[in-house]
Design a protein around this ligand. Sequence first.
Ligand code: ATR
Length: 281
Amino acid sequence: MNITSQTGIVGLLGHPVSHSKSPEIMNAALQQLELPYVYVACDVEPTELAQVVARLRACKWRGWNVTIPHKVNIIPYLDRLDASAAEIGAVNTVVNQAGELVGYNTDGAGYVRSLTEENNLLLSEQRVVIIGAGGAARAVGYALATAGVKQITVINRTLAKAEELAHHLSQWTQTSATAILNAQREVEVATLVINTTSVGMSPHIDVTPINPMWLQPHHIVSDLVYHPRHTALLQGAQTRGAVTHTGLGMLLHQAAIAFELWFHQPAPIQLMRRVLENSLK
Ligand code: ATR
């Protein structure tokens, strides 16, 4: 690409960032649409975050993605939060709106977009079980609740954290909390079961967050873990006749929504999916 004095910058702040697929996906999208921007990944130590945000503001970066460990800690350095970031309590995308740094969270909306694109389902009729009660569960729960889901059960190893998230989600839905060990009945009566924990992630690929024998053909089973793409939970679900939904779609769509926030045009999603799939091979 032709970098000139007019070329703008977007990017990623995280620590580490060397594993990130975002530069490949985003730069392919920018080139396809001939947008005069480059996307760069910056490895930022937690102690340097305030200084880096001030520099990016001064350099007028169009925006950036934020990943571990800065998603919560970046909040004090921004000017304003969109409702998604305020409710989730974490930022994964910053947009420079005429000098004002606005924090968004596109993880939950990316999840919902991927789920509804890949499955023919009516959100208002789903009985949802969310496994886990951390940041990812909060993002997915908030997005589902505000997209029309009426019933959610949060199940978690630490019951107190499930109760806290259930309390938060009960602003929008009927939500209850259960410990994982007692969750068989909740899972059996659910229609959509979502793993938001890291259980099953490489290299510990043989473990599942719940007993797959609880799953049945009426379930859609969704796993946010995308490495491996077909986790032990999804393999178990498939064996039991359930429909499966991998974590790749959320990864893709949270990036596409960030792209749309920066550039006010649809992201080239097919190209981005191809690049992502190739980079994970
Ligand atoms: P993230 O931002 O990715 O959601 P997090 O906020 O650290 O990460 O949350 C991780 C979630 O996965 C938590 O709900 C955690 O359970 P606890 O609240 O009991 O810590 C859950 N989790 C992580 N490892 C787990 C394991 N081996 N078994 C069961 N749950 C696990």
